[in-house]
Design a protein around this ligand. Structure first.
Ligand code: C5P
Length: 235
């Protein structure tokens, strides 16, 4: 049995309330290491909620996908950088100067927080992508956004599992590959570019971000343990 610290599942705790989230996290303490907090719980609980989850012993991945002018992003990163957060997301569509401002603010704070750059949302299929980026292929955008993340000192990128054959070969030695869109079969909810945990790991994922397949299971603890066991079989 792999040490609890070695498994690669990050739970996206996308629940309605802080109390619901804390009680679920308490029930998953035995197996869970990394917890992703998104905009709803951050809006309701702010940094105090982040601190409580950290004090419970979890590594917090704060997924705010910051996308704004460089000065605004830099100021936010400066605030988060020394608060014991494991990783924070910025959106690579903000461009090189924004990414550089983020990494420079993070470095200046001398903390240990990592920055991950979002490439293209896993909920966008090619039709939805074309609507907002007419004339640009998603493959080209994925490559150039990952390259910007590498050039501007991101620690990792967020991409879909089906982007891994392209991105892990080009950037896997420099950037951690953090992968949502994890699904078995067709039950993709609003996710469009998906793969199973096994396929995502085989294609080069370093971490799998999983929300509803665990949150909506009859027993989230069992669903998490099963998913960890499935990933262990590959190592
Ligand atoms: O419930 P599900 O497993 O689809 O959750 C995936 C999580 O990963 C969500 O919290 C979502 O915000 C996040 N995410 C994503 N695609 C990205 C970046 C983040 O699904 N490109």
């Amino acid at each position: 049995m792999m040490n609890k610290k070695d498994h690669k599942i990050i739970l996206a705790v996308d629940l309605a309330s802080q109390s619901e989230a804390e009680s679920l996290l308490d029930s998953l303490r035995e197996d869970l290491v990394h917890v992703k907090i998104g905009p709803r719980l951050f809006a309701s609980g702010g940094i105090s909620f982040v601190n409580r989850v950290t004090e419970m012993g979890f590594k917090v991945f704060l997924d705010l996908k910051l996308h704004d002018i460089p000065n605004t992003v830099s100021s936010a990163v400066d605030y988060f950088a020394s608060r014991g957060i494991w990783a924070l997301t910025v959106h690579s569509a903000g461009g090189a100067t924004m990414l550089q401002a983020a990494s420079s603010a993070n470095r200046s704070a001398l903390g240990e927080m990592m920055l991950f750059g979002v490439t293209v949302l896993t909920s966008l299929d090619s039709g939805a992508w074309e609507e907002v980026n007419p004339g640009c292929s998603m493959q080209q955008a994925l490559w150039s956004r990952a390259a910007l993340c590498a050039a501007n000192e991101m620690d990792g990128i967020i991409c879909s599992p089906i982007d891994l054959p392209l991105l892990a070969s080009g950037f896997g030695n420099r950037l951690k590959m953090v992968v949502p869109g994890i699904r078995d079969g067709e039950s993709g909810d609003d996710q469009r570019r998906t793969a199973s945990p096994e396929d995502a790991l085989k294609m080069g994922a370093d971490y799998l971000v999983v929300g509803r397949p665990i949150l909506k299971a009859a027993s989230p603890a069992k669903a998490l343990a099963d998913m960890i066991a499935r990933t262990e079989r590959l190592s």
